[in-house]
Structure formats: structure tokens, C-alpha cells
Ligand binder design. Structure first.
Ligand code: MG
Length: 373
């Protein structure tokens, strides 16, 4: 690793783990966090959780696992160029979606509605619950006992009500402080990754076409470039050449703009970063390009009737599972049934949130199909 900037997060300046542990040998604290995340059960489940396209719709669509790996790749590249801590951005990127429900945003919306009177459901907070509590692997503690900086990065948003219950990691939402630059960066890398791979997956699915996308300036400009450079290029290669140029544009712009902001503000250390305004940002022009792309995806892809049909089914699966378990907690597997004695809605939400898409569908069948036990 190149030498870190003074405002980067370091193992040495870490606010530490909830339960103190001896320093790791041969790797940094944040590398240890990453390793724990990669070995977790929740991480392996990401392979069968999707955001836009449900797993069985095709083998080549992004899953939450490949999405998280793309986020880590983008975040690490930028971190290296800004002399930030690559190990920390990687940990945050790989963990950022661990709390996602099955069926992407529709699953989360449905679970949030079900939990309306029981404290709500929020996937960011759930990711933190996974690493703080729900993973059961270590003898000495529940969860993964990650460093404060990794946990702070996982908790991207949080309501003030929830922040008050979270102690150290909730504090910044009450004080209006920022997280580390690594956490800010992982958040942008997430956006860059999904905007671009949703374009690619959207085209692959046939729900949107190159013609549709030509109305989006940032796509049109790069498509034009590729066509000029390779007039014969068709289909997948044309798309990939265009998407990779878009990613590059976003990454380069984010790096340059952030470098300027950081150098103007000149934070002396990570504590100064926390009190500073956001220092990772796109330029005004690229922010606009990115918003245009996002609103295209929202209108044309996420609200496409075929995506909506799947989302509608997904919500039904989540809602029906939730009510069946609420009505009869004896239907829950033993671990969750025991926890349901103390707080049934939360135990049920944890169980459902942990499900992969296909597990949720199977579980729904096991509970509701008369000919299946
Ligand atoms: Mg994400």
C-alpha cells in the first residue's frame, strides 16, 4: 500500500472494537474486518439476493455479491489515488449490503411496512445488526466484532430515533458529523457501481434499448465515442465499451473533485474529517449527468411493468410470511422461535431479512402450499 494521507483512517488511530482483542499479526485491523466479512454467512447469502432482477431471471445479472465486489473494486481504485485506506474501503464496500432483504428494494419496503408499528426496518441498520449481533461464529462475542470505522461506514443513514439507541456509532447523526473519507467514498462507489451495472443489466434484459439510452447525455456521449473509434462494433461489446467509459468518467471526476475539496479544506486527521463538510464529491457537471442517468433508470427500468410485477410478487411473499409467523411463532425454526419469545416482530424481521430470494419463495411454498410440507 502506498503511504496513507494524514486524514486517512489507520489501525493505529482506530476507535477500536466493541470487545477489545489483541492486535492481529501480519494484517491490519481493517484487513481482519474484511476477512471476517468474507467468511460470514451473510456474505455468502449475497450471491442469491438481487436488487433489480430476481435470480431465476437469468444467470448473468448482477447479484448483491457481484455488486458488492464491483463496489469494492471501484472504491479501492479511488482510495489508492487519494492515499486513503484501501483495506477500510474494501471492508465497508463488502459489508454495505449484508442487511439487505430478499428481492431488493421491494422486499425492504414490504418488511418496513410490516414493521411499521414495531420500530420499522431499514437495510443499513440491518447490515449493522448482522455484523454486531446476528452472525454467530465466534466464541467470545456475537456478531463479527468489527472496528468502529467499519461499522460507521456500514451505517450510511440512520434516523435520529435509531441513532440515539446505537451509542458511539449513532453519535454522528445527532452531531451532524461526517464519517471517515473511506466511508464517504464507499457510498459514492456504490452509486457508480449500481448506476452503471443497472444500465448493463437493463440492456441485457431487453427492458431498455440502446435507442432509449441515447436520450441520456452521459450514455450518448460515450456511445458516440465508441462508435467513432470502432464503427463495426455491435451488441455486447458496444455496450461494454460504452459502460466502461462511463464508469471511468465518474471515477475520474470523483477522484479529481474530491482531491480539490480535500486540499482546500486540508483536514489534519480523521477527527478533522468528521467535523468537516463532505469532502468526497462529484463536480457539479457530473452530479447533473449522474442524476439524469438515475432518473432515466427510475422511470424506464425500475418502474417497467415487468419489474413492477416481480416487485409486487416479492412484496406479497414478504408480507404473507411476516403475517404467518406473527400469527403463529411456532412456525419459526428453533433459533428464531426462542428469540421471538422476547421480541417476535424483530426476530421475524431478522429471519426474513436473512433469506435469499429463492429461500423466501421456497419458505412461502412450504408454509402456504397445501400439498407441500
Ligand atoms: Mg449497494
Amino acid at each position: 500500500m502506498t503511504e496513507l494521507a494524514p486524514y486517512a483512517a489507520t489501525s493505529r488511530a482506530s476507535r477500536g472494537r466493541r470487545i477489545a482483542e489483541p492486535a492481529p499479526e501480519g494484517r491490519s485491523e481493517f484487513q481482519r474486518d474484511r476477512d471476517r466479512i468474507v467468511h460470514s454467512t451473510a456474505f455468502r447469502r449475497l450471491e442469491y439476493k438481487t436488487q433489480v432482477f430476481v435470480n431465476h431471471e437469468g444467470d448473468l445479472f448482477r447479484t448483491r455479491l457481484t455488486h458488492s465486489i464491483e463496489v469494492a473494486q471501484i472504491a479501492r481504485s479511488i482510495a489508492r489515488n487519494l492515499a486513503l485506506n484501501e483495506d477500510l474501503v474494501e471492508s465497508v464496500a463488502l459489508a454495505h449490503d449484508l442487511g439487505h432483504t430478499p428481492f431488493g428494494h421491494s422486499g425492504q419496503d414490504a418488511l418496513n411496512e410490516c414493521m411499521h408499528e414495531h420500530g420499522g426496518f431499514e437495510h443499513n441498520l440491518q447490515s449493522l445488526r448482522v455484523v454486531d449481533l446476528l452472525e454467530q461464529r465466534y466464541g467470545a462475542f456475537d456478531g463479527l466484532n468489527l472496528c468502529f470505522e467499519t461499522r460507521e461506514g456500514i451505517l450510511k443513514h440512520c434516523s435520529r430515533t435509531n441513532a440515539r439507541k446505537l451509542g458511539d456509532v449513532g453519535e454522528r447523526f445527532l452531531l451532524n458529523h461526517r464519517p471517515s473519507l473511506e466511508a464517504q467514498l464507499a457510498n459514492f462507489a456504490d452509486e457508480i457501481a449500481y448506476n452503471n451495472h443497472d444500465v448493463d443489466d437493463g440492456l441485457r434484459s431487453g427492458l431498455i434499448t440502446l435507442d432509449d439510452l441515447s436520450a441520456v447525455p452521459v450514455f450518448a456521449v460515450h456511445l458516440e465515442q465508441v462508435r467513432r473509434e470502432f464503427p463495426e462494433l455491435l451488441d455486447r461489446r458496444l455496450i461494454h465499451e460504452t459502460v466502461r467509459r462511463m464508469i471511468n468518467r465518474f471515477v475520474t471526476d470523483l477522484t479529481n473533485e474530491s482531491r480539490c475539496l480535500i486540499s482546500d479544506y486540508a483536514p489534519t486527521d480523521i477527527e478533522a474529517v468528521r467535523r468537516a463538510p463532505p469532502l468526497i464529491s462529484f463536480s457539479a457537471e457530473v452530479k447533473r449527468l449522474q442524476q439524469e442517468l438515475q432518473s432515466f433508470l427510475r422511470g424506464r427500468l425500475y418502474r417497467h411493468y415487468r419489474v413492477q410485477r416481480m416487485a409486487n410478487k416479492a412484496k406479497r411473499v414478504v408480507r404473507e410470511l411476516f403475517s404467518a409467523f406473527m400469527e403463529e411463532t411456532q412456525l419459526l425454526p428453533p433459533d428464531y422461535r426462542d428469540r421471538a419469545k422476547f421480541d417476535a416482530p424483530r426476530a421475524i424481521a431478522d429471519y426474513i431479512a436473512g433469506m435469499t430470494d429463492r429461500y423466501a419463495i421456497k419458505e412461502h411454498r412450504r408454509i402456504f402450499a397445501i400439498d407441500m410440507f
